[in-house]
Design a binder for this molecule. Sequence first.
Ligand SMILES: Nc1ncnc2c1ncn2[C@@H]1O[C@H](COP(=O)(O)OP(=O)(O)OP(=O)(O)O)[C@@H](O)[C@H]1O
Ligand SMILES: [Mg+2]
Length: 529
Amino acid sequence: MLINIAEMMTGVGSAIAGLMVAYAMFQNYFPYDLRKPLKRYSHKIMNLFYPYIQITFHEYQGDRFERSKAFAAIERYLNANSSKQAKYLQANVVQDSQAIVLTMADNEEVIDEFQGIKIWWDSNHDVPDRQSISLYPREDASRYFTLTFHKNCRDKITNSYLKHVLDEGKAITVKERLRKLYTNNNSDSWHGYKQTKWSHVMFEHPASFDTIAMEPNKKEEIIKDLITFSEAKDYYAKIGKAWKRGYLLYGPPGTGKSTMVAAMANLLKYDIYDLELTTVKDNTELKRLLIDTASKSIIVIEDIDCSLDLTGQREKKKEKTEDEKKEEKDKDPVKAEMKKMEESNKNSQVTLSGLLNFIDELWSACGGERIIVFTTNYVEKLDPALIRRGRMDKHIELSYCCFEAFKVLAKNYLDLESHKLFARIDNLLEETKMTPADVAENLMPKSAEEDGEACLVRLIRALEEAKAKAEEEAKAKAEEQEKLKVEKEKEANGKEDIEINGVVKENGEDSKHSGSNTNVVKENGDVSH
Ligand SMILES: Nc1ncnc2c1ncn2[C@@H]1O[C@H](COP(=O)(O)OP(=O)(O)OP(=O)(O)O)[C@@H](O)[C@H]1O
Ligand SMILES: [Mg+2]
């Protein structure tokens, strides 16, 4: 009913709006003194007959050269509706977006509905004043959207609908944006005209949780954890905690730690900041880098155990040995330069406490929605303070390939969900350790002729070899240990003799034990006084 009346009123309103437009066009022909009262009264008349409210959203506001964020979000929101309703669309390529954005062309209208309320959106643009000279090209394309709704619905529109439009629009923007992989620059390049602390390339890693080989339950748990985090803005606000989460990924080389970081970024549509600690000179630089990161991102420190001396004590400068000096003389200049660079990288003054502060500040000072990930091969080497819960909230172990993980790889690499050779592989994987990287390499067809079975056979061979090698190594180790044990026992027996006899044997000669009881020791251990 309300909508019908509203639509009837639209006719009257449109007529008055027409008059308003005519007034706007010819206002310059009215005497100046008359313009103001005329405008005021025309607005009053308009309000009497026109029960609608209009809100305008300009692409650029005031003197700001930055595109309005609200306009951009509305554009994306309307994109979803306008492409179905409007007849004339404009295609734009928006910066940092992988999709072409379709928006309604000028003077097109889109009708939206929200909780039973009808809402009209119009697209227009300001005609530029050609007489004025503008330095800014944007003035030629200053567009705006007009939102029209019945005044009875004012509260619902201004409180709920606008928030809904902006949230949806932003979500679409995030979904479609091109994601970036940032790496930190050496601080020497931070100064000057372009102060860039981070360089970036487009992030296009294809890894996803579907392609990661690991136990399905564990994988599900990680995915759930990540999604819960990304949707928990209000929850974090409620419990008074910064909206951040730390993950520690640990395990042997080639078990998928770096791949998982890429999969995390792809799942959440976050950017990645790959922080190379060895190029960061000191704690202050570390802080500056942190401030320069954006939200919706993962900050990764790979191989954290190798990045720094995390005991807090800096490496002492070693004296060069003669061999090193000789090597230095002989080596070629390119290698020498590389070594010099490596060494200068090792001179990072970042300390453990600096890193702890970095994480804590990340947790408290910077805007929300950030994840920090450490990866390491040696979790036991890390300082417990660095990885305690609260800093690294979730510890994920990535380990050798199990049968469940193998099945994911077989499906991805060979499109095989079952095969008669699977049972043999299952047994072998239980008996020997092989990383998913090695299993994957064996499963990859090496020529067009190679079929799935040939790849499985190659994997079986590799597993059998690995098993035989492991058994040999275990045998050698056991023998070594046995030898050591025997030596220790011999040593202990020798000591016992000494204690009993009170004699130290040197160079095959018996020497007397010092003391008041001078004993002579014979080789068979007999003692004569
Ligand atoms: N769990 C896995 N699932 C799928 N592929 C994997 C997995 N683990 C390793 N791979 C494959 O092996 C390659 C190496 O893996 P990745 O670089 O992620 O290992 P990593 O654990 O980061 O090793 P490092 O400790 O040496 O950095 C990747 O290209 C990936 O394709
Ligand atoms: Mg890695």
